[in-house]
Write a protein that binds this ligand. Structure first.
Ligand SMILES: *[C@@H]1O[C@H](CO)[C@@H](O)[C@H](O)[C@H]1NC(C)=O
Ligand SMILES: *[C@@H]1O[C@H](CO)[C@@H](O)[C@H](O)[C@H]1NC(C)=O
Length: 467
């Protein structure tokens, strides 16, 4: 017969149980805590709400070239971008071609007219040992997730862009910033072997740097310059528009516009970083679906910097509804131009170059278009070309602006027929990426400087894709 449990025995048993469950609870708490900690290590992406979105204007206090992240406490998106893709100027430009299109090249929907251009690129790539990458729409998400997974604000901005053309522009900057190489639109084809570009041709680079005299600016200390004769430039861009006419502002928003259908760069270049920062911040604040989140992150003393409705002329247009947020219904050509397109691209380049010479005394400005190499006295050259069609006719204004105001004027880039460099940026003449356009002094496809032919089949960008 089983003896019934007396009270004290029962109590003891209850206490054992309590202890047992107590230990179990403690164990699971500790285990949970530990596993959480371990898990946290893998989530490197900071909370969106912790990361400030600085503006790229009002950066006089920052040396955009020398920006280094000292500790791991990343306080804003600029620092996150530096950390994610550190710039290594001493490395060569990656030998890689990027193109993007709606579908893969083997799809029936791949436009026939692009097939031969694309073959030219892949052949040029193979000949010089370049890697060729075509990123179709279906792969973009995975690609960006992989590259920018630690930068959720950038991914969010890309996702929320209300037009495909904005995404197409943004994507090229993101690919080049992360991996470097040459990006070129689908409606372009190469005209010269890729190793003959002035940016990578060792011999040409060396001769160029040895024979061009540095253009001085206020504060410039030539003795501080470290010669890097064969180092490849970090960012290589071409001129898209250079309207040498007095009424240019009736037709163009900027006197010098750089093109972004073909760009060559090393990964992590600071110009691309500033551009990505500007586009991300502008998108998050200008698009209705995300504006609320962005409001918490922006620099509130400069709210209008973030609003795409406040760029240039539009800022002064009292009839324009500046508070209207952007959707796929109300984005126009001006928006695109100044949000992701050549407008903002050109602005960021100019702003960066001026920041460079305002904050550094050792920036090398090489411009053989105003200084004829070694032989001719520059002032004499200017006098010779007072009524001519070369950069030299602006000699006095350029030098004055540099020496007095420490500012690189647009004239520095106008009418150039040979590459110029400012620090590690190389700017190619209009002929390089726009030969045969029949205006603005562009020469033909067979010119020595012509590198890429652009067919201007612009409508391809359309918005037929994933809208
Ligand atoms: C973006 O760049 C434009 C042109 O330089 C500037 O006016 C604007 O303030 C910038 N905005 C942000 C958020 O960086
Ligand atoms: C943007 O670009 C256009 C050229 O498309 C230019 O005329 C305009 O002044 C710029 N600003 C705005 C806000 O549209």
């Amino acid at each position: 017969m089983i003896k019934p449990l007396n009270k004290s025995e029962f109590r003891l048993d209850k206490r054992t149980k309590q202890i047992f469950f107590g230990i179990l609870l403690l164990y699971s708490l500790v285990a949970f805590h530990l596993s959480n900690k371990k898990y946290a290590k893998f989530i490197t992406a900071p909370e969106i709400s912790n990361v400030a979105l600085p503006t790229t204007s009002h950066v006089e206090q920052l040396n955009l070239k020398e920006l280094r992240v000292k500790d791991r406490k990343l306080k804003d998106l600029r620092e996150q971008l530096v950390m994610a893709f550190p710039y290594e100027p001493e490395k060569p430009i990656p030998r890689r071609i990027w193109q993007t299109w709606k579908v893969k090249e083997d799809s029936l929907d791949f436009p026939a007219s692009f097939r031969s251009y694309q073959r030219d690129w892949t052949e040029a790539a193979t000949l010089q040992g370049f890697e060729y990458m075509l990123v179709p729409d279906d792969n973009i998400e995975a690609f960006l997730q992989n590259l920018y997974g630690e930068l959720p604000l950038v991914l969010k901005a890309f996702k929320e862009m209300p037009k495909n053309i904005l995404k197409a522009d943004f994507l090229r900057y993101l690919l080049l910033y992360a991996r470097g190489g040459i990006y070129s639109d689908m409606d372009t084809f190469p005209l010269k072997p890729l190793n003959k570009w002035p940016s990578v041709d060792r011999e040409k680079l060396k001769t160029f740097k040895e024979t061009r005299k540095p253009v001085p600016y206020k504060g410039f200390k030539s003795e501080e310059v470290v010669a890097q004769n064969e180092r490849e430039p970090g960012l290589v861009i071409g001129i898209e528009a250079d309207p040498d006419r007095t009424d240019w502002s009736d037709w163009f928003a900027r006197r010098i516009q750089f093109c972004q259908w073909t760009i060559q760069s090393k990964p992590g270049h600071p110009v691309l970083r500033e551009l990505i920062l500007n586009i991300t911040a502008t998108t998050l604040y200008s698009v209705s679906s995300v504006k609320k989140t962005a409001e918490e992150l922006i620099d509130k003393t400069h709210k209008n910097d973030y609003n795409v409705n406040y760029r240039d002329k539009r800022a002064r247009d009292s009839h324009y509804d500046h508070d209207e947020t952007k959707t796929d219904k109300n984005v126009d050509g001006s928006d695109i131009m100044n949000w992701t397109g050549p407008g903002i691209f050109s602005d960021m380049v100019m702003q960066y170059l001026n920041n460079l010479i305002q904050n550094n005394n050792d920036v090398l400005l090489l411009n053989g278009n105003i200084y004829t190499p070694t032989t001719v006295d520059p002032a004499e050259a200017a006098a010779q070309d007072e009524n001519g069609v070369s950069t030299k006719k602006f000699y006095r204004k350029i030098i004055e602006s540099l020496l007095v105001n420490r500012h690189i004027p647009w004239e520095f880039f106008t009418l150039i027929t040979e590459p110029i460099t400012v620090d590690d940026l190389m700017i190619l003449p209009i002929t390089s990426f726009s030969p045969d356009v029949g205006q603005m002094n562009a020469k033909g496809m067979d010119d020595e400087m012509a590198l890429v032919k652009h067919q201007f089949e612009g409508s391809w960008k359309g918005d037929a894709g994933h809208d």
